[in-house]
Design a protein around this ligand. Structure first.
Ligand SMILES: [Zn+2]
Ligand SMILES: [Zn+2]
Length: 165
């Protein structure tokens, strides 16, 4: 489906074609929580980068988080590029050059009414803030880190959101 999105102040507007428009993927990692998820998590959708059209590109800033390497204590820059509005700070989308054909708009930036997911995936729970409740409903899946299925796999398993949906 076609998704239209914008930042809060309206200086950035975008549209993108999405085959994975169900907002089911709740990420509780600290980056999502601090940059895009005041309630404890952010939700990314799956979309086709080639179809992304942006108005107000000059108002966009890009954030690459520093990720600590655990054992070595060293940090490296995350490959993921998080685009946001430089004026109102709305999180817009994530793009990662390792999967250049994909772009992941934040559901919070989308103005088009999104379909309601019949079940959800809770991921990166190992990094969740202690005060954040996880509302697991029947059918939901939970993962300490990354889930074992992609956004596309989830849509395929449930028979939802294929091209043309
Ligand atoms: Zn803005
Ligand atoms: Zn995250």
């Amino acid at each position: 489906m076609q998704l239209d999105g914008s930042c809060h102040c309206g200086k950035v507007r975008f549209s993108v074609r999405s085959s994975q428009p169900y907002p089911f993927n709740l990420c509780y990692c600290s980056i999502c929580r601090k940059t895009a998820g005041g309630g404890g998590f952010a939700i990314n959708l799956g979309a086709d980068k080639a179809s992304l059209e942006v108005q107000g590109e000059e108002h966009i800033g890009v954030y690459r988080a520093a990720i600590s390497d655990g054992d070595s204590g060293r940090t490296r820059k995350s490959q993921a590029r998080r685009s946001f509005c430089k004026h109102c700070a709305s999180a817009l989308w994530v793009w990662d050059p390792r999967w250049p054909e994909l772009v992941h708009p934040f559901a919070s930036a989308i103005d088009t009414p999104l379909p309601t997911p019949p079940e959800r995936t809770h991921l990166m729970l190992a990094y969740k803030a202690s005060w954040v409740p996880v509302h697991v409903q029947a059918g939901d899946l939970s993962f300490d880190e990354y889930p074992d299925e992609s956004l596309a796999d989830w849509h395929r398993r449930l028979g939802l959101g294929e091209d043309g949906a």
